[in-house]
Design a protein around this ligand. Structure first.
Ligand SMILES: [Zn+2]
Ligand SMILES: [Zn+2]
Length: 216
């Protein structure tokens, strides 16, 4: 019988910290972009991002004595989503990736913007308490994963900004407010994110955006 509540009270490392982060921002050996930027299409970038979520989910499966890929795993995912405030963000996010939306049939929370069931699932992800103990970097990495995973739910500018940020967030960096605003303004003004493929710090990306002025 599935009893995920038992493991929520057991001592465990904070969500998303079972695997080490990359020590530096480096290119992906598979797609050549900075590691993480190819998420979710490139297999190596996908694994580089997803490993933090997967590790926490695997620990929950182990604690419950449930085999990956089993019918019980799916049942566990349903239980987690039904009582998501009792679980950390990595576990809730991962549970949704295992389930299909009852209304539109897409990955739950990732269907077309018009799907009410997906909108509700996505909205519930940001309930207070779900990210208890998370750092701002971890919150940003979480948002970046959702946006890159389901880009059709967001504007092209928003998607470009988060894709640009993912490799840096993965390595633990966080833009200052001024840097984030500068980069977003530049993208909104028509700046091509491909021009910013090289810089490996938010300061360098923002500096490029500043030098470039407002394109078009
Ligand atoms: Zn890649
Ligand atoms: Zn849906």
């Amino acid at each position: 019988m599935v009893d995920p509540a038992a493991s929520t009270t057991a001592s465990r490392p904070p969500a998303g910290r079972r695997e080490p982060r990359p020590a530096a921002v480096e290119p992906c050996p598979e797609c050549g972009a900075l590691l993480g930027r190819g998420y979710p299409r490139c297999a190596i970038c996908h694994a580089a991002v997803e490993r933090y979520w997967r590790a926490d989910w695997a620990a929950l499966l182990a604690a419950e004595g449930i085999a990956p890929g089993s019918a019980d795993e799916r049942l566990l995912a349903e239980v987690v989503v039904a009582e998501l405030e009792r679980h950390p963000w990595t576990v809730v996010d991962y549970a949704l990736t295992l389930l299909r939306c009852p209304e539109c049939g897409a990955e739950w929370g990732g269907g077309p913007p018009a799907c009410a069931a997906c909108a509700m699932a996505f909205g519930n992800l940001w309930a207070p308490g779900l990210e208890a103990g998370a750092t701002m970097n971890e919150h940003a990495l979480r948002v970046g994963r959702w946006v890159a995973r389901h880009p059709h739910r967001h504007s092209a500018t928003v998607v470009a900004g988060w894709r640009l940020s993912l490799p840096l967030l993965l390595a633990g960096a966080l833009p200052t407010t001024a840097e984030a605003q500068r980069i977003n303004a530049w993208l909104k003004a028509g700046g091509d994110a491909a021009d910013l493929a090289g810089p490996r710090t938010f300061a360098a990306i923002a500096a490029h955006a500043r030098r470039d002025g407002a394109p078009r």
